[in-house]
Structure formats: C-alpha cells, structure tokens
Write a new protein. Structure first.
Ligand SMILES: Nc1ncnc2c1ncn2[C@@H]1O[C@H](COP(=O)(O)OP(=O)(O)OP(=O)(O)O)[C@@H](O)[C@H]1O
Length: 244
C-alpha cells in the first residue's frame, strides 16, 4: 500500500513544552487512519504539522512524497479544523463556490460536493442559520471541492447526533474507497472501529500504531474505551507490534 503521509521522528515544541516527542508513522492512501488520544495529547498539533502550518523542531513529514506545506500540495490536501471555518453571512452554495474559485474548480464540482455532503436541498440557505452539524458539513464541502488526495479532519463529529455521525463516517468510507487518504482525529473511541489503522497518542508519544482488530486482540476487549485504558495502563498482552 502507498504511504500518503510519512512522519519520521517528528518533534514539535510549543512554548517550553514538547508536544510531539518523536512520532514515526505512515498513513496509507485509500484508507481511514484514526488519530486518537486524550485531550492535550497532541492530535491537533500533529494535524497542523501535516498541513504545514505548525513549526517543527526536528524530524520530517512527507505528504504525497513532498515536504509538508510545500506549495504543490495546496490543492492536494484538504483540512477541516475543529471549529467550522465558514462565512456566516454567505449561503451554503456561496461558501463552497468561494473555495471552488480559489482552487479553480467549476460549477459542477460545487454541485457534486453539495450532493456528497447531503446539503443540495438547502444550498441557498444562509450559513449562519444552520445547525452545528450542517455547518460542519459546509466546512467539509469546502475542503472536498478541490478533490484532495489527502483529507485531514480534526474531530469532525464533535457535537453531532448519532445519525449524522453515522452518515459522515459512511461518507468517509466512500472517499477512502475512491483512494483518498483520510486522517481523522476523535475523542470517541467507538469511532475507532470504522478506521483501518489507529494512531494512539498519549502525552505527545505514539503509544501504538495498529488496526482496531489488533487493539482488541492486544487488550482482550472489543470495547474501545476499555481497550485504550488497558493499553495506557500496560495491562494488554504484549505480543502485538509496538508503535512504529
Ligand atoms: N498555542 C499554543 N502554545 C503553547 N502550547 C500549546 C498551544 N496549543 C496547544 N498547546 C499545547 O500543546 C499540547 C497539545 O495540544 P493539542 O491541541 O495538539 O492536543 P489535542 O490532542 O488536539 O487536544 P484536544 O483533543 O483537546 O483538541 C497541549 O498540552 C496544549 O496545551
């Protein structure tokens, strides 16, 4: 499988704190990688480093074979931050058209992406009048309109109801099946089951890099919250691969 993102001994400091302490991992194209860990473990920092907006102290990040943040990657990497970054005074369609214009995409790309995120019926609605879940979908549509090969999603399902959460994960699976590499951070351990690979962070260190099945096997439980706790406390079995 092709590595879409390669992290090599990545070290990031913020203030005087080491926020990422030598993370090495590969994120594969055509799959969903879950980035999981407690609040403050470094998930957002890692994502910011991958899109090239976070200064790194040492190490290397390659995205689609090029240095993270390099200009040719701008169209090829999509990012949706935790707070939906959309213009409240514009309609849904105008928000997506704005990003389409930046990326040089046509009208059909706008229609396609509105369909993809299920907002085509509300496209004329002013964004400030939307629910939180709808606003996150507008943000997702803005990131998807350039048809990126890599999509970075920072806690995309926070505050969403279970149905919307399910729909979004179904959409992520479709995008991965079309060849996209998705890196998705989450607090919700249950969402780990929808990923092909998991990166488990704790205090800036990569605790494990494994599949959900391997996590269940290593910790002896299919309950992802419990599995994480067992991993953290070291009470899981030690016969699986360690964090790479
Ligand atoms: N601008 C900043 N200056 C200094 N330290 C920061 C800054 N932003 C974040 N940090 C610190 O970096 C560490 C990692 O933060 P980060 O936001 O990457 O964690 P996270 O895992 O994404 O957390 P959450 O799940 O709560 O979003 C935390 O200890 C945080 O306090």
């Amino acid at each position: 499988m092709t590595a879409a993102i390669e992290l090599l001994d990545l070290v990031v400091t913020r203030g005087n704190k080491t926020v990422l302490a030598g993370v090495t991992a590969e994120i594969t194209a055509g799959s969903i990688t879950g980035l999981l860990g407690p609040s403050g473990s470094g998930k957002t920092t890692l994502m910011r480093a991958v899109i090239g907006v976070q200064k790194i102290r040492s190490g290397r990040i390659l995205v689609l074979g090029q240095s993270a943040g390099s200009p040719p990657l701008r169209h090829r990497v999509g990012y949706v931050s935790q707070a939906p970054s959309v213009y409240g005074d514009l309609s849904i369609r105008s928000n997506v058209e704005f990003f389409a214009a930046i990326y040089g995409c046509g009208k059909s790309a706008v229609d396609d992406v509105l369909n993809t995120v299920g907002l085509q019926d509300y496209a004329a609605r002013r964004t400030s009048l939307l629910s939180e879940g709808q606003r996150s979908r507008v943000s997702l549509a803005c990131a998807l309109v350039a048809q990126p090969e890599v999509l970075i999603l920072d806690e995309p399902t926070v505050g969403l109801d279970p149905l919307l959460r399910l729909e979004l994960w179904n959409e992520f699976e479709r995008l991965a099946a079309d060849g996209m590499a998705l890196l998705v951070s989450s607090h919700v351990m249950d969402e780990a089951k929808r990923c092909q690979s998991l990166l488990l962070l704790r205090d800036g260190a990569l605790l494990a890099n494994l599949s959900p099945e391997e996590l269940a096997d290593r910790t002896g439980t299919v309950d992802m919250d419990e599995a994480f706790l067992r991993l953290v406390s070291g009470s899981g079995r030690s016969d699986q691969r360690e964090a790479r």
